[in-house]
Design a binder for this molecule. Structure first.
Ligand code: ASP
Length: 374
C-alpha cells in the first residue's frame, strides 16, 4: 500500500456531561450482567451508563474524493449501526450482544469492507475475518478466511460461546457456523462491482493475473459506475465496535474482508486477539483498522490496554502513544477505537480519515469521517 502518510490531530472523545456524571466503578471492578439484562439471573446489575464507539475503517478518506451522496450514505450507515447497538444496550443487553447487532448491520451494508461489500482477494474470492472479546470473562471467539457465512461476527460470537476454541479458519469455520444455524451464502452474495473494479485496478498495478469474473456475479457494467461504485477512496473499510454496558462490562468486536488483492489466504489483525481486537475489564476494549501486518507485529490492541493497565495511562493517551507514535514511526497506517470500564472513550488514527461514531447514554450520536472533524 502506497498511501502517503499524513498525520492528523486526534480528537479527544470528550465524554461530556453524560459521561462526567457516570458513577462507574474503578477499572476492573465492574459487575457481570446477564444475557437478558436486568430481568434475568441472580446478579443485581449496577446502574451504569452505557456507551459505544465504532469505526467503519480508516484510510485515504478525503472530502475531495467523496461525493455528497456517498458521504451521506456512509454517515447513514454509521448512524444506523450505532443506533442499533445503542438500542440493545438501552434495553439492558450486554456489550457483546450490542456489538454483534451493530456489526451485523455494517456487514449487511455493501459500503463497508465486511460481509456483503467485502474486498476481493487476488484469486477473486471473498475471504472474511472477524473476532469478538468479552472483557468481563476474557472469553474470545474468532473466525478467519470464512467464505460463505453471511455474518462473520455472529460466527465469532458462537465460537466464543459454543466451542472450546478461540479461532477457527477456512472451511471448518464455515462448517461450524452452518452447524450453529448461521445463514450461508454463495460467494456471489458478497459481490459488489465497486470492490471488483478495485481488485482489477490493484492486480494491474501489481502486474498480477486477473481471475475470471466470479460465478453468479451480475454482468459487467457497460455504463460508467454510479457514484458509490467509482471512488477508490479507502482501501480498508473494516468495521469494529467497542461498548460499555449497563453492568459496567466492556467488549470489542471487529469484522473485515481484509486487504484488496491479498494472497495465499492471508489473515490480518482483525481476528487475532491482542492485535486488532481486545477487551478486558481490567483495562480497556479496542478494535483496530489499518494495515493488519503492523497491528499484528505491534500487538496494537493489547499494547494500548497494557499501557492503561500497567502504566495507568488515560485511554486517549495510550491510544495515541501506539497509533501516533509507534505506528507512525514504522508507517503503520490505520487507527483504533477504544473504551474503558470507567467510561473513557477514545479514537486515534494516523490516516487522513476514519469512518467513526460514538454514542453515550442520554446523548446524541456523533458521526465523523475526516480528520478535521471533532
Ligand atoms: N486491518 C484489516 C486487515 O489488515 C484491514 C482493515 O482494517 O481495513 O485485514
Amino acid at each position: 500500500m502506497n498511501h502517503r502518510l499524513r498525520r492528523h490531530a486526534t480528537g479527544w472523545l470528550a465524554a461530556g456531561a453524560a459521561i462526567a456524571a457516570l458513577s462507574l466503578p474503578a477499572s476492573g471492578q465492574a459487575v457481570k450482567g446477564t444475557q437478558t439484562g436486568a430481568k434475568a439471573g441472580t446478579v443485581q446489575p449496577a446502574a451504569h451508563h452505557w456507551a459505544i464507539v465504532l469505526h467503519g475503517g480508516a484510510g485515504v478518506i478525503e472530502r475531495s474524493s467523496m461525493t455528497p451522496q456517498a458521504e451521506a450514505a456512509y454517515r447513514a450507515g454509521l448512524r444506523h449501526a450505532i443506533e442499533t447497538g445503542g438500542a440493545v444496550l438501552d434495553k439492558g443487553g450486554t456489550a457483546v450482544d450490542a456489538i454483534e447487532a451493530a456489526i451485523r448491520t455494517l456487514e449487511d451494508n455493501p459500503l463497508f469492507n465486511a460481509g456483503k461489500g467485502a474486498v476481493f482477494a487476488a484469486d477473486g474470492t471473498i475471504q472474511m475475518d472477524a473476532a469478538i472479546m468479552d472483557g468481563a470473562t476474557m472469553k474470545a471467539g474468532a473466525v478467519a478466511d470464512v467464505q460463505h457465512t453471511k455474518n462473520p461476527i455472529s460466527a465469532a460470537k458462537l465460537v466464543m460461546e459454543k466451542s472450546p476454541y478461540v479461532l477457527l479458519v477456512g472451511k471448518g469455520a464455515d462448517a461450524f457456523a452452518a452447524q450453529q444455524g448461521l445463514q450461508q451464502e454463495p460467494q456471489s452474495y458478497f459481490f459488489t462491482e465497486r470492490r471488483w473494479q478495485a481488485l482489477l485496478r490493484e492486480l494491474q498495478r501489481e502486474h498480477l493475473p486477473i481471475p475470471p469474473r466470479p460465478e453468479g456475479a451480475p454482468p459487467a457494467p457497460t455504463q460508467p459506475l454510479a457514484f458509490l461504485e467509482t471512488p477508490d477512496n479507502h482501501k480498508y473499510g473494516t468495521v469494529g465496535m467497542v461498548a460499555l454496558d449497563k453492568y459496567g462490562n466492556i467488549a470489542a468486536g471487529t469484522s473485515t474482508g481484509g486487504l484488496t488483492a491479498k494472497r495465499w489466504n492471508r489473515v490480518g489483525d482483525s481476528p487475532l486477539i491482542g492485535a486488532g481486537t481486545y477487551a478486558s475489564n481490567q483495562s480497556c476494549a479496542v478494535s483496530a483498522t489499518g494495515i493488519g501486518e503492523y497491528f499484528i507485529r505491534y500487538t496494537v490492541a493489547r499494547t494500548i490496554c497494557a499501557l492503561v493497565q500497567y502504566k495507568g495511562m488515560k485511554l486517549q493517551a495510550a491510544a495515541d502513544e501506539v497509533v501516533q507514535r509507534q505506528l507512525v514511526a514504522v508507517h503503520g497506517d490505520g487507527g483504533v477505537i477504544a473504551i474503558s470500564p470507567d467510561g473513557q472513550m477514545a479514537w486515534s488514527f494516523n490516516t487522513p480519515g476514519m469512518f467513526r461514531a460514538r454514542l453515550a447514554q442520554g446523548g446524541a450520536p456523533q458521526i465523523a469521517i475526516y480528520k478535521d472533524e471533532p
